[in-house]
Ligand binder design. Sequence first.
Ligand SMILES: Cc1ncc(COP(=O)(O)O)c(C=O)c1O
Length: 397
Amino acid sequence: MLTNRQLFLQHVGQTSDQPLMLEIERAEGIYMYDNRGQQYIDLISGVSVNNIGHRHPAVVEAIEKQLEKYMHLMVYGEMVQSPQVKLAKYLSDLLPASLDAIYFVNSGSEAMEGALKLAKRATGRPHIKSFQHAYHGSTHGALSILGDEEMKRAFRPLLPGVEKLEFNNFQSLETIDATTACVVVEPIQAEAGIIEPQNNFLQALRERCNQMGALLIFDEVQTGMGRTGKFFAFEHYGVVPDIMTLAKGLGGGMPIGAFVASKTIMDTLKTNPMLGHITTFGGHPVSCAASLATVKVIHEEHLAEKAHMKGQRIREKLKHPTIHHIRGKGLFLAIELNDNELLKRFMDEAFKEHLIMDWFLFSDTAFRIAPPLIVDNYQIDEIVKKIHTALDRAQTI
Ligand SMILES: Cc1ncc(COP(=O)(O)O)c(C=O)c1O
């Protein structure tokens, strides 16, 4: 009989030759447990998803309660579903007044598809700008604005009218003009290796968009939900987008995404054509119930503020001769080693320490630290010790 691992390789669609192949039986808080009972620490939150940890009791309870009432009823937007309504109201109360209409979808990529369509529909303009080393998802539209040619080449032709800007390059903002429907940006670039905007770059971008009548879209799929020390990363910079995308941590482990705009902008999807964006499962009631519980935990337990303090603790404790510098905010950190071979050896050693780690799509000399925001000080000290051990070994091999 074939093992689960063999069946996984045989029948589950693969996207890499080197999957991690860990067989997890259960997960709780910051920990995962494999089929041999071994404990692992999730240092990346399933890539910025499990911000309140795995199987948070409030999320499990909300899912169970919703399951007793109803699951799917009808395609998006026709029926008044209270989990959606409550979530939309709670989120809009957390957001500036100009972001008061929320369209729920299933993922970050789908949120970006909706956001791009909304910008084109609302402005009637054809062109889109995005940034080098940006990642916004894997569907055709999201891939079209991805900032790396190698990941795109095999899938061309993609969307026309897309142009790349350089993050933190003020001159490149001049190409935003009266034909630009929108500029899409991650307020802190995630897969580029956690690159922060410098010298009020986002303010300058906002101003240029205002001048040209282009809509500014912030992709907060990784940076949102308390990860960077604020509920949304844009709060660090005092710049409010016209449209924002959310996903990943929004669902507390359940699939959900959203694009957010003003009611006036969002309402353009109602006419010419009507049904300007539709989805069957977007805003699934069980996902919305889980999401509301998640958002409440982050808000009521001040997890964003705590993420700031915890990030500081990691920065203070994580000192090693191989570390060149640390980038990022809150619990959204890139540890720069400036050495790809060293990084590879470190990743192997970190896995031996039972740390679930990851590097970045577009940076091959740094690794990420983005644990669930509920990680406590004792656990942080344990994590730092394990990273030091792995770095020691990686350095001497
Ligand atoms: C910044 C950002 N935007 C969008 C996405 C796409 O989200 P999803 O994988 O849910 O489609 C990702 C996924 O990693 C992301 O990091």
